[in-house]
Write a protein that binds this ligand. Structure first.
Ligand SMILES: *Cc1c(COP(=O)(O)O)cnc(C)c1O
Ligand SMILES: [Zn+2]
Length: 417
């Protein structure tokens, strides 16, 4: 097996052992995979590892190691992945398709899919001699990086927008002992700052522009396909912010097709929050124009106005005959309440995939008879304040707590109501 790292913009190539996270020209680095095996042989190898893969502690990311990162050295696995696929009739009815599966990436060790990319990026950082790691984050990247850096005994430096990160995510960064900087500015400002600071200070940059994170995030798609016996659904739906995941999903599908593992590709549906929808606006021009905006949405994990992986996101949508949609905060919160009430639960950004799917079915883009896997990106406890605000607020479907005297009669009276 072998890998090659090259720049999307200038084409310059680098060895896998290069510590760079971005090209000196400012372009994004990407990894080209040429495994020794293809097709059915590769599939059999991956299948044989399910449930028992002691070399990597059963990790659902490193199961696919021939298509991730080559070379010798330690693997910094939590381990991660192996998230479940759910069926819930109530949610299938809510979105309007009978054949709906939910892939819950909030079941990763730090509560979001970011762990899948982080295990590969931190492993690469350790192998290339990093002395510290850094990232800008809307919350989950910092939580994940902090945990994996702690695991690898590397100092971690986190840049988050002051006042715009949920308490749960901020608490994780502090708990896992990352040096946490609250930047006066939005996520896009944090990303600009960390890109400059990391190259000036020689710190490994672990944002989603880091090519190894993209490699790890491909395994969301591979694992869901494997869980379906490699039978692709008609659609895969994913929330879209910085477009790291959208890009990774596109690359994951492209590679499996090229390697002869899949014959038919699912279509991607990337869902943005209406208040943070530059990619959706570009999509509506047929990607003729690129937009940026000042992002504002309750879904803080996708509150991004200038997506770093824009070009790759475009390619992912084009390659899969995909679509992009945008949903308002109200629709996101209602969809989240539906996911939560089904006993599954997710953070607001994750619910964008359910709200977006519901909209696409209503518009006739996704047909009721088609099969769909919707990805939930983060855990319900990541943002408990939004849950409380919703249920303590006014409107239908709220579940207000009731304060009572500590007497059985008070309980009885309530139940009779
Ligand atoms: C990071 C994140 C996203 C956005 O993913 P991108 O790769 O930036 O598009 C969505 N949901 C959650 C919970 C996240 O943590
Ligand atoms: Zn370059």
């Amino acid at each position: 097996m072998s890998q090659r790292v090259s720049c999307d913009s200038c084409g310059r190539t680098f060895p896998v052992a290069s510590p760079l996270a971005q090209c000196p020209c400012g372009g994004l680095l990407g990894v080209t995979q040429t495994p020794a095996e293809t097709g059915a042989a590769l599939r059999r190898r991956f299948d044989a590892r399910v449930g028992a893969d002691p070399a990597v502690q059963g990790s659902g990311v490193w199961r696919y190691r021939e298509l991730l990162l080559s070379g010798r050295g330690p693997i910094v696995a939590h381990p991660e992945g192996n998230t479940r696929l759910y069926r819930r009739d109530a949610l299938a009815r809510y979105v309007g398709v009978a054949d709906l599966q939910i892939k819950h990436e909030g079941e990763n060790p730090t509560g979001s899919f970011k762990d899948r990319g982080m295990t590969v990026a931190v492993t690469h950082a350790v192998r290339t001699g990093a002395t510290a790691v850094a990232c800008a984050s809307t919350g989950n990247t910092s939580a994940s990086m902090a945990a994996y850096a702690a695991n690898a005994a590397l100092p971690a430096l986190v840049f988050v927008p002051a006042g715009k990160v949920s308490a749960g995510k901020l608490a994780q960064a502090l708990a896992y002992n990352a040096r946490t900087l609250l930047v006066r500015g939005d996520f896009d400002a944090c990303l600009r700052l960390v890109r400059e600071a990391s190259s000036a200070l020689g710190i490994a940059l672990l944002n989603s522009i880091n090519p190894w994170r993209v490699e790890g995030q491909k395994t969301i798609v591979w694992e869901l396909l494997q869980q379906r016996g490699w039978d692709p659904p008609d659609w895969i739906v994913v929330p879209a912010g910085n477009l790291g995941n959208t890009s990774a999903f596109g690359k994951a599908l492209r590679e499996l097709k090229e390697l002869g593992v899949l014959r038919r590709l699912p279509r991607l549906a990337a869902i943005q929050a209406a208040g943070a929808s530059p990619f959706f606006k570009s999509y509506r021009t047929g990607f003729k124009r690129r937009f940026t905006m000042n992002a504002e949405t309750v879904a803080t994990a996708i509150r991004i106005g200038d997506p770093a992986s824009y070009d790759r996101g475009v390619r992912a949508i084009r390659d899969t005959r995909g679509v992009v949609a945008a949903v308002g905060d109200r629709a996101i919160l209602e969809a989240k309440a539906a996911v939560d009430a089904a006993g599954i639960g997710c953070e607001p950004a994750s619910a964008a995939s359910i709200a977006g799917l519901r909209q696409l079915v209503a518009r006739g883009v996704v047909k009721p008879g088609q099969s769909v896997v919707a990805v939930l990106t983060g855990h319900v406890l990541k943002d408990s304040q939004t849950v409380m605000d919703w249920h303590l607020g006014k409107g239908r479907g709220r579940n207000r707590p009731v304060e009572i005297e500590a007497r059985v009669s008070a309980v009885e009276k309530l139940l009779r109501r």
